[in-house]
Write a protein of this length. Structure first.
Length: 147
């Protein structure tokens, strides 16, 4: 067994894996440690390149598992690129600047109950949702002419 004294994200991920009956492999440790080192947005492909001893599919599967467990969240940038970031705040959404790509966490989610109701109206069992709000940040908006 690999020593558990790690980044808190790694320790929590491994604890959840064990509690859920998932195998804790060396590859999972490596992916979790690589994710914990990331600052800001990261691409799954770039992470896979950092881990030459771990298969690309394994990296993608483990990132997907980390998303499902709430350790990582997906961010779809305005140009269509999918990125990930560590999720310190649980379920949240993002405000993304279409010009510079900066993203801000949009905390709180009043949509869940509304979406659950709408899904039920269509006899649909909702499992989750993902929302990105695109616009232009203050720095990228042209200064409005004084009235």
């Amino acid at each position: 067994m690999i020593a558990k004294k790690q980044h808190p994200l790694v320790e929590s991920f491994v604890d959840r894996l064990e509690a859920g009956g998932h195998r804790v492999t060396g590859a999972r440790w490596a992916v979790a440690r690589a994710v914990a080192r990331q600052r800001g947005h990261f691409a799954a492909d770039a992470l896979a390149q950092e881990l030459p001893g771990v298969g690309r599919a394994t990296v993608f599967r483990n990132i997907k598992l980390m998303v499902e467990m709430g350790f990582v969240c997906r961010v779809l940038l305005g140009d269509g690129r999918l990125r990930y970031q560590i999720s310190h705040r649980g379920h949240h959404h993002h405000l993304i600047c279409s010009d510079c790509g900066r993203s801000e966490d949009l905390l709180g989610c009043d949509l869940d109950s509304i979406l659950q109701d709408r899904a039920a109206d269509h006899d649909f069992a909702m499992e989750g949702h993902w929302l990105e709000v695109y616009g232009r940040c203050r720095a990228c908006r042209p200064q409005e002419a004084a009235a």
